[in-house]
Design a protein around this ligand. Sequence first.
Ligand code: PAF
Length: 522
Amino acid sequence: MVTMQMLRSAGELNRWRREAGDRPLHFVPTMGALHQGHQQLLQRALQPRAGVRPRLLVSVFVNPLQFGPAEDFDRYPRDLERDGQLAAAAGADALFAPTLEVIYPQGVHEITRIQVPASLQRELCGRSRPGHFDGVATVVCRLLALVRPDRLLLGEKDWQQLVVLRRVIADLGLPLEVQGCATVRDRDRLPCSSRNRYLSAAERLRAAALPAALAAARFEALATPAGVAAEALITAVCSRLEAADLVIDYVQLVQAHTLEPLRRPQGLTLLAAAVHCGSSRLIDHVLLMSRPPIVAIDGPAGAGKSTVTRAFARRLGLVYLDTGAMYRALTWWVQRQGVDPADARAVAPLLEGLDLQLSTGDAEQQRVQINGHDVTDAIRSPEVTAQVSAVAAHGCVREALTRQQQAMGARGGLVAEGRDIGTAVFPDADCKVFLTATVAERARRRAEDLRQRGFSVPPLPELEASIAERDHLDSTRAVAPLVQAEDAVELVTDGMSIEAVIEVLVDLFRQRIPEEAWPGPH
Ligand code: PAF
């Protein structure tokens, strides 16, 4: 049996890193007093990614830099032995419990500090805990420098901390992924927290009013599609908290990513509160979203968009909208009617009363029907492939199908894949990705695909030239050219397995849409 290692010094940590092999290293920093919330975080951190089981390191360090002078640093619960047992039981490979000297070799006052942007600590906990987030960012950066993990896992419970650390890591260009995990709650819905153990039984009963007040406000907000005013929501939460004798630190409505105060819910919105209950300070929040998320995946031909988008939709419980299939179905209909695909004026009348349907219920098996004909397989024929670009380039076609796609997405909850999703169809998509691969890689994949399907394979330079030519046509055509939306993230998939691309897509999605807002299957 492999036992969990307890590491106290940087030397021990380095030795463990060298000896523990080269599987990806996942890291969960904590201040100890581990509870069920941590345990679930550790279990999530151990989940294999693209088929590889990671190594997991947990740290326990009560960081003096993030406590204010009147806060609970001295009495913060410390029980390393129990933490070790819990971490081992959850499956961690090692627990790093550094001394103060390991983290701050020059002393707490001499350490180089990270200064978090003012905009991210002006509101919420930053308002009543000055210097707290600078202290968190400093210790986490120090820990990251020592541990050098591939992935950092943090609870969504400390939402402001998650936003701050994502930003610090991005601004410093630190080479790791950050993953937020949904808040774990006890039976009374109170979020699990090390500080809950300060609560007496009577306080615990009163504390349950915090999640209840926020949940009630969320319900009210969602029941008011026109958007309820921040003031009304905040007042309602405050009166419920006061009725339970909780002393309010703040109740605020802010934009979830920028943390700027809002007058009413807009996009992904955070309604958060902090209260004092006895000697404990408790925080909690709910997330509000006006509609389920929309993801836009654009990119050139042959980048493998369909395969990964379909699997990604399934992973997240979103509907898969293959807009390319719609253009293909129309091309099939144009050909069947004997109309010249290049003649916009001849194609236009076919758009009137067009009945084009995608059965989107099952992401695996998207069926395509046009005017009563099931064309799921027919639209993949070489004849359709040869002419779909010409049909899709007509302004009237773009307009009609864009309108239909927007209607299909009006209720959200989908991933749309195509050429102009992030720019023309869903410019307000929550997450936009431009999925591409170099011409050489796409030619290699195309050759492999042809070989597997028993077709003769043209020489690679010939394939490369035709792909480059198609790119040129797609990106220079007058109507709906293929361009990367300004706010899209480019993902170049050269050398990546399909599973690895899907993992990156999930990470990109989760940077925008937390688990609490759209749980989806993990
Ligand atoms: O969330 C915590 O427990 C702490 O703020 C952290 C991230 C371990 C830094 O001390």
